[in-house]
Design a protein around this ligand. Structure first.
Ligand SMILES: NC(=O)c1ccc[n+]([C@@H]2O[C@H](COP(=O)([O-])OP(=O)(O)OC[C@H]3O[C@@H](n4cnc5c(N)ncnc54)[C@H](OP(=O)(O)O)[C@@H]3O)[C@@H](O)[C@H]2O)c1
Length: 332
């Protein structure tokens, strides 16, 4: 093994992403123990990437963006368990894997030609690595949040903001778990969500009345608040849950939820939730079979990362935004 040269998109000080992010070249060292290094094929971007730039989860700088990655393994850290303790699907150099970039432990992440992953699984036959790169954060957030909410078969769940990718995933997961799902979303994905089996209505003006029309005036059992930050809706969502704020969990309107006594998913993350090492292969298999999917809004060569950032920061990307370093990188 030896260090390899890579383009990286990263920040040396915190601030607005457009001000602090820059593309530069650096050496990516041998992967530390517990990690693998990949030649990046695709990196799925998330709103969290921009929050990292703004100072969320502070740590040593510089730091990279791009937490969700698919790539070809080019080195495995010494003493790394290539099967991640699962006893299956151990990886070797040359395998195509997907997983999570070690954004906190390394000075660069997935928006790069080369990245170090601290969580991974094989990309199964039948799944395009680009699609695999869209899965980790969305699947983890949707699965863990429904788990900590205590969703059970037969529950009626309202997913507010199901046109966002976490909400879109949560609808599919909840339906698989036997829940009845009502979803609010814009027109882009309304037909998709109905196709999965959800009852769909628009968000915005008149949403509470439209949801009540769908429930026949009954309260819903649980609410997942999943849009981009959009203060002002939680009181309506709590009312739809029979006035009980503890039946409402948000992933994005944190301060308002805490004020109103509603729940915030990251406040309740705990050991014992289904490990990512289990979720990644499970949802990759489902995606390969066509039983789980996330739409891609647009893919960009790495050099066009500013365009990708602008689409995501618009708040309405309508699907996953993906970088493809291999398109204009050293392996192109
Ligand atoms: N706490 C956690 O663990 C965690 C983890 C991941 C993400 N998050 C947060 O969760 C939020 C969603 O993430 P994501 O990856 O799903 O984002 P995303 O896919 O980028 O969501 C964008 C979509 O949300 C919909 N939307 C925008 N404004 C809305 C509003 N006011 N009401 C309802 N829907 C609206 C739009 O779809 P349509 O108009 O087509 O419906 C838009 O295309 C972000 O704020 C993110 O930071 C939190």
């Amino acid at each position: 093994m030896s260090a390899v040269s890579s383009r990286v998109v990263r920040f040396h000080e915190t601030g607005e992403p457009g001000d602090v992010l820059r593309e530069e070249r650096t050496e990516i060292p041998d992967p530390p123990s517990g990690t693998v290094r990949v030649r990046v094929l695709a990196t799925g971007l998330n709103p969290a990437d921009w929050e990292l730039c703004r100072g969320f989860m502070p740590g040593t700088l510089p730091r990279g963006i791009g937490c969700d990655v698919a790539g070809v393994v080019d080195a495995i850290g010494a003493d790394t368990d290539p099967g991640r303790g699962t006893g299956r699907d151990a990886v070797k150099v040359g395998d195509t894997v997907f997983g999570t970039a070690d954004f906190a432990g390394q000075p660069s992440a997935g928006a790069a030609d080369v990245a170090v992953l601290n969580g991974w699984a094989q990309v199964p036959d039948g799944l395009d690595p680009i699609r695999a790169a869209t899965l980790p954060m969305v699947v983890q957030t949707a699965a863990w949040t429904l788990e900590l909410m205590g969703l059970e078969p037969g529950h009626t769940l309202l997913v507010h903001g199901a046109g966002g990718m976490v909400g879109y995933a949560a609808v599919q997961l909840a339906l698989r778990q036997g829940a009845r799902v009502i979803a609010t979303a814009g027109p882009t994905f309304a037909a998709d969500l109905e196709g999965f089996g959800a009852h769909v209505t628009g968000y915005g003006e008149g949403m509470p009345e439209r949801v009540r029309a769908l429930t026949g005036g009954e309260s819903v059992d649980l609410v997942l608040d999943a849009p981009r930050p959009s203060p002002g809706t939680l009181p309506d969502l709590i009312a739809l849950a029979g006035g009980d704020p503890k039946r409402v969990v948000t992933i994005s309107n944190h301060a308002e939820a805490r004020e109103l006594g509603a729940r915030v998913n990251i406040d309740e993350l705990r050991p014992g939730l289904t490990p990512l090492d289990v979720l990644l292969p499970e949802y990759a298999s489902l995606a390969a079979e066509g039983a789980f999917r996330l739409p891609i809004a647009q893919s960009y060569p790495l050099s066009q990362w500013r365009d990708a950032m602008a689409l995501s920061l618009s708040g309405h990307p309508h699907g996953k935004v993906v970088l493809l370093p291999a398109l204009d990188g050293p392996t192109a």
